[in-house]
Design a binder for this molecule. Structure first.
Ligand SMILES: [Zn+2]
Ligand SMILES: [Zn+2]
Length: 339
């Protein structure tokens, strides 16, 4: 067998030798490519589906579909470099990787990329202040000014969960959120997502959940409901420091009914009901201070009182095996405790 064009007896690709094959148009990209990008969330459209992925990745997927290839090219994929998603036409140098036999051939092309900006359905609903549920996070007696500090972990969970679902759930967006008396309110585009969050808070922190729908109007002949999901957290929580019968304890965990407490003097664990009348809060987890360690031995630590900067010697909790230049402390009954 030999090449039908030059007669070479080298390895053949179909009827052609490698040199003759490379002289052909192996890859023909489209004249231009349009990528639809959402102007607010930067999702990109594939067919009629909005997807959370970089516009460059979508461009390479669309390019592969729109590219014409020589019959000897088994497969083509594209590398599209980073470029800004500004509207209009961009001339971008892209690389086609054409699979021929066992070999991948790299070919550069300047591709005309047209970026078209619009709003995806969830962003357009969001722009109209659309929401299906208000997730109300509450702690008894919480000051409005402290809500964001006290609920920092929960707020983080809300945003992380929204991120996780942004690519798959249609209305996984936050219309607005604000601290209120007793906690935080989150206005969510998706009731399903609000329920997922409420369940997370129930299983992780022992929160008590109460969902109440209210009729807000009609849409397309159907009743339109919005739901308020009240999430009540226990007032004593993981990481807080409490006094039980005047002995300082750290809250190890709590499921809403039982608190697991660790004695800072001897490390002993006790379990008490959440509503135990002998319990007093010494410090919320975010009120715990750090004190500089001056020196320490097996059972005691000399620290600088964080308020007066005077050196004081206090007993070292037996569970505190390793620590750095500072240790967490609380003040109770005018004495400092390392916790
Ligand atoms: Zn040839
Ligand atoms: Zn969007």
């Amino acid at each position: 067998m030999f090449c039908v064009e030059c007669g070479s007896e080298d390895e053949l690709y179909g009827h052609l030798c490698r040199n003759c094959l490379l002289s052909k148009n192996l890859v023909v990209p489209p004249e231009y490519l349009t990528v639809e990008v959402c102007s607010s969330c930067f999702k990109v459209m594939e067919g009629s589906v909005w997807k959370a992925m970089p516009h460059e990745d979508m461009a390479s997927t669309l390019l592969a579909t729109a590219t014409k290839t020589h019959s000897q090219v088994e497969k083509v994929r594209w590398t599209v470099p980073n470029f800004s998603a500004e509207k209009g036409e961009h001339r971008i140098l892209c690389t086609a990787h054409a699979l021929i036999g066992r070999e991948e051939l790299d070919l550069d092309f300047e591709v005309r990329m047209r970026i078209r900006l619009q709003r995806c359905p969830s962003c357009s609903r969001q722009a109209g202040d659309y929401y299906e549920a208000i997730l109300q996070l509450r702690i008894d007696g919480l000051d409005l000014k402290k809500a964001e500090v006290e609920l920092a972990i929960e707020i983080d969970i809300v945003f992380k969960t929204l991120d996780e679902h942004a690519g798959t759930a249609e209305n996984a967006f936050l219309t607005k959120y604000s601290p209120v008396k007793g906690g935080m309110d989150f206005y969510l585009g998706s009731l399903a997502l609000a329920r997922i969050l409420a369940n997370k808070f129930r299983s992780r922190f022992g929160a008590v959940i109460n969902e109440s729908p209210s009729l807000v109007g009609m849409k397309d002949g159907k009743d339109l409901y919005r739901s308020s999901i009240l999430v009540r957290f226990p007032s004593i929580r993981e990481g807080d420091v409490v006094a039980l019968d005047r002995t300082v304890h750290v809250v190890e965990s709590g499921d809403g009914k039982i608190l697991v407490l660790k004695n800072v003097r001897n490390g002993k664990i006790v379990r008490v009901p959440t509503g135990d009348v002998h319990l007093r809060i010494v410090a919320k987890f975010h009120e715990i201070k750090e004190a500089v360690v001056v020196t320490h031995d097996r059972s005691s630590i000399q620290i600088l009182d964080p308020d007066s900067m005077v050196a004081v010697t206090v007993s070292k909790p037996p569970y505190l095996k390793r620590f750095g230049e500072t240790v967490p402390v609380v003040r109770y009954d005018d004495a400092l405790y390392v916790v």
